[in-house]
Unconditional design. Structure first.
Ligand SMILES: Cc1ncc(COP(=O)(O)O)c(C=O)c1O
Length: 408
């Protein structure tokens, strides 16, 4: 009774790994949760208070989203970028993931997915029934495609429409795209538009974040939301900013929104106004400093000639490659690591790598962000002593993983 297209799809592996680690933990095994990537920090208090104040909001909101919220987001984004966005460019969804899904449903053309990329792009593209073209990226290019690699696939059929996904800072690699300008040159030349997944952009460790939208705003859909920087993944509020030139996409997404989720929960939308109007610079800076220090700790204490890693540049992740011939697949290796050390990791296959490539994604957020932030505010610096005190699971898990890597 099922359509062929969905028969081979499995539940999102990140959510599944979370369940497996919870089950093992219930059985008494000490588990290091480096599989699931979710903000360790609490939602800022002023935003939580706004949610409380607006619990009574019970009316359906406009399908494109609450006007005041769209205005705040347009202002916030225009101030950050060298481009003026209006409230009419913003569409609010129940997480950016849902909006991406609807984009796949409406888009007619080829989808270009870099490898590695986020677990959900591929299944969503499959459901969207477009042709999917994958681009293998290289460590030397920070795990992003080069302009010529993109151009090569487009040149095979210049008449087609193309949609390329760029996610910087990246999940799973933790890297930032540094060749945005050359990618924008290719974008301008062809029927190519970009979905710029900027969900980790506020958590860029270097303070001068640039996105592809800085170079070709007319051909870029910005996708982001509250989930990562604001510690509010469970609130389910994301949005697209779609330039005037791609208005038809926004209008069609609106139609699909109205026929599916109708509108995002009203209290959440009212609370989100505070997220974009309040001053959260110090919360974001502390989050970034902590994540950057913990990421650096993992990088420095795990890297070796058996474990190759690029130093994390933003977000929650790094992507170690284990140099070993012992396993038939990266998922077999992850099962062995889980059994022997209790460390949960996601295999590279989930991000599009060949199963023989021994990549994993390691999320370094297994710590209590509220405590860490409090201690950091008191101490004002982050050294190994503070990391051991506030992120003991990260420290012990990395130690176990390092010892395991010496046996391969
Ligand atoms: C790269 C990437 N894009 C998008 C999302 C989805 O975010 P949202 O909570 O807005 O649906 C995630 C969340 O895991 C992510 O890692």
């Amino acid at each position: 009774m099922l359509k062929d297209i969905v028969k081979n799809l499995k539940p999102s592996s990140t959510l599944k790994i979370n369940e497996i680690s919870q089950q093992l933990e219930k059985k008494g095994k000490k588990i290091f949760k480096f599989g699931f990537g979710q903000s360790p920090f609490q939602v800022p208090t002023d935003i939580v208070n706004e949610l409380k104040n607006n619990a009574y909001q019970n009316k359906y909101l406009p399908m494109q989203g609450l006007l005041e919220l769209r205005k705040s987001i347009a202002n916030y984004t225009s101030n950050k970028k060298n481009y003026i966005y209006s409230f009419d460019n913003v569409i609010i969804g129940p997480g950016s993931k849902e909006l991406m899904f609807l984009l796949h449903v409406i888009f007619d053309g080829n989808i270009i997915l870099p490898v590695p990329s986020w677990v959900s792009y591929m299944p969503q593209a499959i459901i969207g029934r477009n042709k999917i073209l994958t681009l293998q990226t290289k460590r030397e290019n920070n795990w992003f495609p080069t302009a010529s690699e993109i151009e090569e696939v487009i040149k095979k059929d210049k008449k087609k429409n193309y949609l390329l996904f760029i996610n910087s800072p990246n999940n799973p690699s933790g890297q930032v795209c540094e060749n945005l300008e050359e990618i924008s040159e290719v974008t301008k030349k062809y029927n190519l538009i970009i979905l710029s997944d900027e969900i980790y952009s506020e958590l860029n460790f270097n303070n001068d974040y640039k996105s592809i939208s800085n170079f070709c705003p007319e051909k870029t859909i910005i996708s982001t939301g509250l989930s990562k920087w604001c510690g509010a993944g469970g609130w389910r509020l994301g949005y697209f900013i779609i330039p005037e030139t791609l208005k038809i996409i926004k209008e069609t997404l609106n139609v699909l929104a109205s026929e599916t989720f109708s509108a995002v929960s009203a209290p959440i939308q009212y609370a989100a106004i505070q997220a974009y109007e309040g001053d959260h610079r110090s919360y974001i800076q502390s989050s970034k400093n902590i994540l950057s220090a913990v990421g650096k700790y993992v990088y420095e204490n795990l890297s070796s000639n058996k474990v190759l890693i690029n130093k994390p540049q933003g977000g929650f992740y790094l992507m170690p490659e284990f140099i070993t011939n012992k396993f038939n697949s990266s998922s077999e290796m992850c099962s062995s690591i889980l059994e022997e050390t209790g460390v949960v990791l996601l295999p590279g296959t989930d991000f599009g790598f060949d199963k023989k490539k021994m990549f994993v994604r390691l999320s370094f957020t297994d710590f209590n962000g509220k405590n860490f932030m409090k201690e950091y505010e008191e101490k004002n610096e982050i050294d190994n002593e503070l990391i051991s005190k506030c992120a003991p699971m990260v420290v012990e898990g990395i130690d176990r993983l390092k010892k395991w890597s010496e046996t391969i």
